[in-house]
Each structure stands twice: as structure tokens, then as C-alpha cells.
Ligand binder design. Structure first.
Ligand code: FRU
Length: 496
């Protein structure tokens, strides 16, 4: 039942992956088996393992006709590749299997729902791309496309919805055994909206309502929606295209948006909005409900606007973020690295009450795969310091830094000197909640990325780095008197 197109992709990836040694990959972040990776898809827990699929072009390290790559893990950190799950091999997905999600059916099979893309020529000679939602059902390795695909097409859309921007279905189970599904969409002005569909069995679908609408506030088309309950609230996460910055919230280009609200008799009422990540490389996140009740999110640790940093001849490109546990505190989305990461911690080095006013290095604090926890306090309460910075992936030539200016309450990531050969965005700032120069930072480095959890995950800044491995120093800088506690662990993933 496996098509020739999928068989070719599986054969190709199996051979081509041999050219990629373990040393060429990140430590504990998932990268594609070969070729190109973008959005996480079908993030799910099935038959005792986490499954993560991804937008995938095995044949080159650039975006092209989309397949679904596939990996499984027991702990969300050690991933094992499975053969590619979907290939563009039917009439309604012949130009790509775009993003989607997964669910377990009552009979124990796993169902994938994804966007089938078909380019068509219109009678006036112009081209357009139809986007329709399709199904494939399988056993966790092989999936058969549903004979009645597509299950949602333009005839299912409410008035004013574009049939050319209708993608990225995220399915969820409802308490009564039926299913809901949110899909990204926009109107004729490309103004984003999230559509909600319902189904008794996962196979036949009907439009229910427009769940959330942009009303020209956050960018244009809304991609990759997710919708779930968290700490008694309803949460919508989307990735808007063509955003504009609003003060320190959001940034221009492809961004991430979190809407927190409540359900008022079948209507989602917004109470709060914020960026999901204030850094450079984070897009198209998707969540899974873990068996123990945690809501875990993973994102594409890259961004369309910064992809030009991709070198043409590298054998793979793209990586996923660390999976993050979500919660709502004081009305805001908080993110913590999955607690499983604690099992990778080795070689603790701890310092307390280190006072300094200039640049320092601390014995044993270095490395490129590390978990670094910093608690900062002013060294002089009468005269609060002006700036603190921690610099990492550092040597004479390179450094990436996270800095904090307590008087402005701004945390900044700066990767200008991280080896990027392109003048893409290298700095971003976030306005954080802080009093009197006290700040908590947790910095997780994995060779070519930095994920910064500010104040127990109240703000996140994520960035990739391109720095050569030899640059593994870490140093601290203060303008004014700072008192710091710092703990460092090496993060050691088991070799397979
Ligand atoms: C988001 C996205 C999705 C689409 C996929 C195509 O990054 O544009 O909307 O399904 O990528 O690869």
C-alpha cells in the first residue's frame, strides 16, 4: 500500500543519512533525518511513545515539495528516526503534504490530518494553490491515505474565507468522544482567522464557527493554530505572517501569538494576548497533552525570515526547539523545559554570592551543551547596576550574549558574533517583569542554539547560532555591582 513516491523517499533518506555523522548534529534537539525540516506536525503520544512528524524535504536542505518526516521518543530528548510517513502521491496532495496533526482512533489506529496542496491553472491562465484537509490512518509507521480525501475543502468554508489559505488542521478529542479541529485561514484581505470544525468520528467534518479573528491586529494570514485548555483557561496559539511590532510585544515578519481567554457559552472570549517567544528563531509551535496531564509545546527553532542563513551545500537544515511545559500564571503563558531534561544533567558546578563589577570567568563554567541557572541581585542596593551580560559560545572571535538592563527592564539576545554569514536579524529584546535589579535566567545551550527562560519561563527568547564548536567559553559582565548565584550542568544525551 506504500506508493512509489513514498518508497523512493524512504530509500533515499536511509542511504543519504549515512553521510551525516552524529557529530554533525545537535545533541538533544531533533533535526531532520536528511534534507530540510520546518514545522512540527502530528505531535502525539501513541502506543507508549511520543511521535513527532515534521515538514520535510528529504532531497535537499531547502524547502520544496513537502513530505512528513517521522521520529519517536520515550523522553522527548532522545529521538529515533522512523521512515518518512507521508509523501505527495495522491491527486489532492500531489504538490505537498503540508502541516497537520494526529490523534488515536477508538480502534487503536493513529489518524493523521494534514493539508493537501494542489496547484491548478485557472481558465484565465493564472496559477493558484488549493489547500484542503486530508486524512491518513496507520499503525505508527505506515499510513494509508483515506479514499474519500479531501474531508474538508472550499465547500466547508464560511462566507468570506479564502480557499487558497486554508491549512494546518489541529485535531483534538472532545469529552463526548467526538472530535474538534482548528484550521488556519484568512479572509479576502488576508486577515487571519481560526476556523473550528467538528466531527462525530474524525472522518466526516462540519464547520462549527470562527473561533478567533484577527480584525487587523496581528499580522495577516494565521498559520498553524492550536487550541487547548490550560489551568482553567482556553488558549489559542497561532503563527501570523507579516506581523508588525507593537512596543516590545511581537516583532515584524513571521511571529507567534498566544491568546488566553475563556469560553462563554460556545464563544471564545479573549482576555490577554502576548508573543509566545521574544527571540529570533521560533515558529509554528504545536502542543501535545502528555499522559500525565502536562501540556507540552514544541516549535520549529527557525523562522522563515532568518532561513537565508542556510548554506546551500549542507546535508540538512532546521531543528526543533526543546519541548516545553506550559502553564498560565498571573494571566500569562509560562514555559519550562520538559522536566525530563534533568536526567541529562551531569557535572554540577555551583557558585553562590559571587560579587563582581566587571568581566569574570568562573572555573568549570564553560561548554556548548549546558543548562545554566543564574540568579542576579544588585551588589549595592543604593546604586543598582546598569547592565549585566552573560556571554557564551565564546572565544577570541565569537560570542553570543544575553544582557539585562535593570533600569529599562529589558533582556536582550545578541548573536551578531555567532558565525552567521548573513545580515539577518541578530538581536531581539523583551520587556520583562522585574523589581530592584533581581532577575532569574535559565539558559539551555545545545551546540547551535540558545533557549533563554526568563523569570521561571515568564518570557522566552530562542535563537540559533552558527558558531564553530571550539568557541565554548562562558563569561559574565557587569556595569555596576552585581551579586550572582550560578549553577551549571553539562547536558549529556546518550549516544545511540
Ligand atoms: C508554516 C507553514 C504552514 C504550512 C507549511 C508548509 O511554517 O507555512 O502554514 O503548512 O509551513 O511547509
Amino acid at each position: 500500500m506504500i506508493s512509489q513516491v513514498l518508497r523512493d523517499a524512504r530509500k533515499y533518506e536511509e542511504t543519504a543519512q549515512k553521510a551525516i555523522t552524529r557529530e554533525m548534529r545537535r545533541g538533544f534537539h531533533l533535526s531532520p533525518r536528511v534534507g530540510w525540516m520546518n514545522d512540527p506536525n502530528g505531535f502525539s503520544f501513541y502506543n507508549g511513545k511520543y511521535h513527532l512528524f515534521y515538514q520535510y524535504n528529504p532531497y535537499s536542505s531547502h524547502w520544496d515539495t513537502m513530505h512528513w518526516g517521522h521520529a519517536v521518543s520515550s523522553d522527548l530528548l532522545h529521538w529515533e528516526y522512523l521512515p518518512a510517513a507521508l509523501a505527495p502521491d495522491t491527486a489532492c496532495d500531489r504538490d505537498g503534504c503540508f502541516s497537520g496533526s494526529a490523534i488515536t482512533l477508538p480502534d487503536g489506529r493513529q489518524m493523521l490530518i494534514y493539508t493537501g496542496v494542489e496547484k491548478i491553472n485557472l481558465s484565465d491562465g493564472s496559477d493558484c494553490v488549493l489547500q484542503r484537509q486530508c486524512l491518513a490512518v496507520g499503525d505508527g509507521v505506515d499510513y494509508e491515505k483515506y479514499g474519500e480525501n479531501p474531508v474538508l475543502d472550499e465547500s466547508s468554508l464560511p462566507q468570506g474565507s479564502s480557499k487558497y489559505d486554508f491549512r494546518d488542521p489541529k485535531i483534538f478529542a472532545r469529552a463526548d468522544g467526538s472530535y474538534g479541529c482548528v484550521v488556519g485561514n484568512c479572509d479576502g484581505d488576508r486577515d487571519g482567522r481560526v476556523l473550528l470544525f467538528g466531527s462525530p468520528d474524525g472522518f466526516s467534518w462540519e464547520f462549527e464557527r470562527i473561533l478567533a479573528e484577527n480584525k487587523k491586529r496581528f499580522g495577516k494570514m494565521w498559520e498553524c493554530p492550536d487550541f487547548f485548555e490550560l489551568n482553567g483557561k482556553q488558549v489559542v496559539i497561532v503563527s501570523p505572517q507579516e506581523m508588525l511590532p507593537q512596543g516590545f510585544e511581537y516583532h515584524n515578519g513571521n511571529g507567534t501569538l498566544c491568546l488566553i481567554g475563556h469560553d462563554d457559552g460556545g464563544k471564545f472570549v479573549e482576555e490577554h494576548n502576548q508573543s509566545v517567544d521574544y527571540g529570533i528563531d521560533f515558529y509554528a509551535p504545536q502542543t501535545v497533552l502528555a499522559p500525565d496531564g502536562r501540556r507540552i509545546m514544541i516549535g520549529w527553532m527557525q523562522n522563515w525570515d532568518t532561513c537565508p542563513a542556510n548554506a546551500p551545500n549542507q546535508p540538512w537544515f532546521g531543528q526543533m526547539s526543546l519541548p516545553r511545559e506550559l502553564s498560565i500564571k498571573d494571566g500569562r503563558l509560562h514555559q519550562q523545559p520538559v522536566r525530563e531534561i534533568e536526567s541529562l544533567r551531569k557535572n554540577e558546578v555551583r557558585y553562590e554570592n559571587i560579587k563582581f563589577t566587571d568581566v569574570i570567568k568562573l572555573d568549570g563554567i564553560e561548554g556548548r551543551k549546558v543548562d545554566l541557572e543564574i540568579l542576579l541581585r544588585p551588589g549595592d542596593m543604593e546604586n543598582i547596576y546598569h547592565k549585566f551580560a552573560v556571554r557564551f559560545a565564546q572565544n577570541d572571535k565569537f560570542q553570543t550574549s544575553v544582557s539585562f538592563r535593570p533600569h529599562e527592564r529589558v533582556v536582550k539576545i545578541d548573536r551578531k558574533f555567532s558565525g552567521s554569514r548573513r545580515a539577518v536579524i541578530h538581536q531581539r529584546r523583551s520587556l520583562v517583569r522585574t523589581e530592584g535589579g533581581v532577575l532569574k535566567l535559565r539558559i539551555i545551550l545545545d551546540l547551535f542554539s540558545a533557549e533563554i527562560f526568563v523569570n521561571d519561563g515568564e518570557h522566552m527568547l530562542t535563537a540559533t547560532m552558527y558558531t564553530e564548536r571550539a568557541a565554548d567559553e562562558i563569561s559574565f559582565f557587569a556595569d555596576g555591582a552585581v551579586t550572582m548565584d550560578v549553577v551549571k550542568y553539562d547536558l549529556v544525551a546518550e549516544e545511540k
